[in-house]
Design a protein around this ligand. Structure first.
Ligand SMILES: [Zn+2]
Length: 229
């Protein structure tokens, strides 16, 4: 039986790079894959963009009211194909980037695509927002996925990063809307729990105040070993 996988990690844990590598591995074996991502992720428009600079156009974008199973089936049948009379090969895998931005109902559809349509679904995304709360799509994926796989990255202090700190300019902020795509004014830093708590002055979640000073812990250098704890 095909499965739903949730491969999650903090910001900058190489999720999109891993997704593109997985697509490459399938295609190297002559298999067909489909790529999708939520339309809410304005970064890269209809492309997935890895930090290494590799990019690829998705087969379909998912908007908040969309039925993902319908979109998937249309794309799998080649509804947009130039030669609709020539049958396309069966889809070996559906890869979804930024899956934390899906609605819970859309994640339900991903499970149905895996179980009822028999196509493995690999969903990549961030587990929690800048207030340490699960994104709706990520929360549902944690509930439903057959397999959870953590993609690890390191905090500035060398520990494994767990949370995503939001910066506006050079200050960490702990209030604001859940979604603010990183760009010129807003950036994110992957932090371990200790560094997050230091920046937030011990607060988690809504109501936390920006720290007066963004004091830096890190003198130790990140090591590979820290990624495996
Ligand atoms: Zn840290």
């Amino acid at each position: 039986m095909a499965k739903l996988y949730f491969r999650y990690g903090a910001m900058n844990s190489g999720k999109t790079t891993a997704l593109l590598q997985a697509a490459f591995n399938y295609e190297e074996r002559g298999q067909r894959v489909l790529l999708a991502k939520p339309g809410i992720d304005s970064k890269g428009a209809d492309q997935v963009v890895s930090r290494l600079g590799v990019r690829r156009t998705v087969d379909f974008l998912i908007h908040p009211d969309d039925d993902v199973q319908e979109l998937f089936r249309a794309a799998a049948q080649g509804a947009e194909a130039l030669t609709p009379d020539i049958p396309l090969p069966r889809v070996a895998c559906l890869l979804v980037d930024e899956a934390q931005f899906l609605t819970p109902a859309q994640v339900d559809s991903l499970l149905k695509i895996a179980v009822l349509d028999g196509v493995p679904v690999l969903a990549y995304g961030i587990r929690t927002d800048f207030q340490t709360k699960a994104f709706p799509g990520a929360g549902r994926l944690l509930e439903l996925a057959h397999t959870l796989e953590e993609l690890k990255t390191i905090c500035r202090c060398g520990r494994k990063a767990l949370f995503n700190g939001r910066r506006v300019g050079d200050r960490f902020v702990f209030d604001g809307s859940q979604v603010a795509i990183d760009g010129e004014s807003v950036t994110y830093e992957s932090l371990c729990a200790a560094c997050y708590l230091e920046e937030s002055q011990g607060r988690l979640g809504q109501g936390a105040l920006p720290s007066a000073e963004s004091s830096r812990l890190g003198t130790s250098k990140p090591t590979e070993g820290d990624l495996h704890d």
